[in-house]
Structure formats: structure tokens, C-alpha cells
Design a protein around this ligand. Structure first.
Ligand code: PGA
Length: 240
């Protein structure tokens, strides 16, 4: 794992884009693993700016990490809507080539199986990740097996509270989600984990210096042959 420490959030987004842009320039039909949350928003702004400067996403496909149970297309808090609003509707990607787990499927287990089948056939050239304050990646909370594939998750209380900022109140945050598993994440040819801000400092410390263990799910990326952790100074504060 390559650790890249940058000054601030803006530099983190630009550094991330440098890596993603290289993938897109090398392969017009690249397959991207994408993430929601606040952290990748700067990267998505850079990707949109790249499009405005002539980069095309026409042949690109994408697979998102997760989706809330019960939410999807047309729901303002769904991760599908987040992706449409913050990236897809601003670039020339074919929306039918963008994939988010089907949180609205009445049979969530079957939605997980179909997603796993698609992931197996479409290896991601690069996977974007944020990190949770507890070290989670996607909705893989501490304790999740490194061999896990797409599965239904009961969200931890911590995660519900963290995500309440996107809802009117914590009680509105769905308690379950579909999430890619850690094995799916690790299948990508390259993995970029972003960490920004002081509330991520402990998770970054555990990821870099702690034991490689399901107790800190993000620590798994140290075992990936081509992975990056891009942290701003605030998130890297405990490493100095
Ligand atoms: P954030 O979330 O990017 O909104 O901080 C990251 C995560 O919890 O996975």
C-alpha cells in the first residue's frame, strides 16, 4: 500500500483524480468501483471537470459499493440518487452502464446474488473507497470477514448516527443495507482509499499501523498489490 499524505481536502481530491484519470486514459472502457459519502465528492468534481475538458465516459461502466435497503431510483436519500446527482448526470456516461445494488428488491438476498454475479463478470479497474470513523469500508463494519461478498448488512448504531446528517433525523436512516463484501472490493485491480478530517485520524492510524484484521476492515487494503491510502494532514495526524 502506498501512503500519500497531502495538505488538505482539495489536494486529496486532485491526487485521487490523478490516479483515476490515468486509468481512464489508458482504457476508454474502464470499469470503475464507486463510493458515496462526503469524501469522494471532490474527486467527482474533478472527474466532471475532466469531462468538460474532453475526457469521455461513454464506454465506462461503474459498480457502486452499497445501497440502503428499501431505497433506490427516485428516493432523495438513496445512493443511486446521490450518484446521479453528484456524478452521472454531469458526464456522458451511459446511465444503463452504471450499477448500484438493488435496495428496492423485495428479496434482498436475491439482489445480493445478482450483484455478485455481475461483479464476477466485470472486474473493476479501480475501486474508490472512503473510510468510516470505525474503519469500515462500504458497509463492512468491524468484524466483517475478509472473504465476504455482497451481503445484507445490519447497520451499526455508530454508522446510523454518522449517516443521520444526510436525513432529517437518525430514526429515518434505514437500518439495513446491501454492501459489496471485502472480497469483492479486493478483486479490483487497484484500490484507492480516501481519508479526510480529524474524525478519521484513529481509523487511519489503525489502518496503517494496526494489525491487519477484521477489527479494522480498511486494514485489508495493506494486503492488496496495488493500493493507495490518500489522507489529508488532519486524517494522518496520529501517524506523525
Ligand atoms: P464519509 O463516509 O466519506 O461521508 O466520511 C465514509 C464512510 O463512512 O464510509
Amino acid at each position: 500500500m502506498e501512503l500519500i499524505i497531502v495538505e488538505d481536502y482539495d489536494a486529496l481530491s486532485k491526487e485521487g483524480y490523478r490516479i483515476v484519470e490515468a486509468v481512464l486514459k489508458a482504457k476508454q472502457d474502464a470499469c470503475l468501483g464507486l463510493a458515496t459519502g462526503s469524501t469522494p465528492l471532490g474527486l467527482y468534481k474533478e472527474m466532471i471537470a475532466g469531462y468538460k475538458k474532453g475526457l469521455s465516459y461513454k464506454k465506462v461502466t461503474s459498480y457502486n459499493l452499497d445501497e440502503y435497503a428499501g431505497l433506490g431510483e427516485g428516493d432523495s436519500q438513496s445512493y443511486r440518487t446521490f450518484m446521479n446527482e453528484n456524478l452521472f448526470s454531469h458526464i456522458d456516461i451511459d446511465i444503463s452502464n452504471t450499477h448500484v445494488p438493488d435496495g428496492k428488491n423485495a428479496n434482498l438476498e436475491s439482489a445480493c446474488r445478482s450483484y455478485n454475479d455481475m461483479l464476477a463478470k466485470n472486474v473493476r479497474d479501480i475501486q474508490i473507497l472512503g473510510i468510516g470513523v470505525n474503519g469500515h469500508i462500504a458497509f463492512n463494519e468491524p468484524g466483517t470477514d475478509f472473504e465476504s461478498v455482497t451481503h445484507v448488512v445490519e447497520l451499526s448504531e455508530d454508522t446510523v448516527l454518522q449517516n443521520a446528517r444526510f436525513f432529517d433525523s437518525a430514526s429515518e436512516v434505514p437500518k439495513r443495507a446491501i454492501s459489496m463484501g471485502i472480497a469483492n472490493i479486493m478483486e479490483a485491480k487497484a484500490v484507492v482509499l480516501f481519508a479526510s478530517g480529524p474524525n478519521k485520524a484513529q481509523a487511519v492510524y489503525d489502518t496503517v499501523k494496526g494489525e491487519i484484521s477484521p477489527r479494522c476492515p480498511a486494514s485489508v487494503i495493506r494486503t492488496h498489490a496495488h493500493s493507495y491510502l490518500i489522507a489529508d494532514k488532519a486524517a494522518a495526524a496520529l501517524l506523525q
